[in-house]
Every structure is written in structure tokens, then in C-alpha cells.
Design a protein around this ligand. Sequence first.
Ligand code: FES
Length: 128
Amino acid sequence: MLYSEKVMDHFQNPRNVGKIDDADGVGEVGNAVCGDIMKVYIKVDCGIITDVKFNTFGCGSAIAASSMATEMIKGKKISEALELTNKAVVEALGGLPAHKVHCSVLAEEAVRAAVNDYYARRGETPPA
Ligand code: FES
């Protein structure tokens, strides 16, 4: 089978879909080749990501990757979210076909963009 059960599950029942109106950080990224767009919103309290939502206009793998990525950073320290790699997302999803790995890269980039936006709004520099 091309897609793992986890990918199918997160595609069919994506977690954390939506938007946070009073988000503390928002990140939007796109892939110029496939045209898919991903937007991630985070709410942060005392350095902890207390809520996270996403909107993805994209393929099934991009939706599954965003769903998994948001689950992986929820409840984590904001600095830990910066360490989320697309590789970790792919592993958590039980793998992605090679030509779909870029969908997980989009998820990593969207999370990083939201976290960087959080730091920027506070006038802080993200940890290197
Ligand atoms: Fe581009 Fe999936 S095909 S994000």
C-alpha cells in the first residue's frame, strides 16, 4: 500500500484543523511547484504551546503532515517546536512515498514560520 494507515487516518480525520483568532504566532508557507499552501497558528502561554491549529490547501499528504506536526508540538516548549524536523513528521506518519516527502517539509516550514512570528512579535530573536 502506498500510504500508511497513520497517513490515511490523519488525512481522513485531521487533528487541529482551523484557525486561532488571537494567535500569538502565525506562519504561512507554500510550495511553488505544487501550489499547496499551509497556515499554522499557535497560542503560547509561559513559553508552552497551549494550542495549535492549521489550515492546509493541499494534497492528502500535506494535510496528514500538518495534522501530525501540530499534534507533535502541542504542549511542547516553543523552543522545542523549532527543532521539529520533517523527518520526524514522516517517521511519526509511518513513512511517506518519496515524491511526497516535500509535503512534510511544508509542515516543518509552517511550524517554524509560526514560531519565528511569535518571537518577532515579542521583539525577540529565536534561539539558534
Ligand atoms: Fe505539494 Fe503535497 S503535493 S504539499
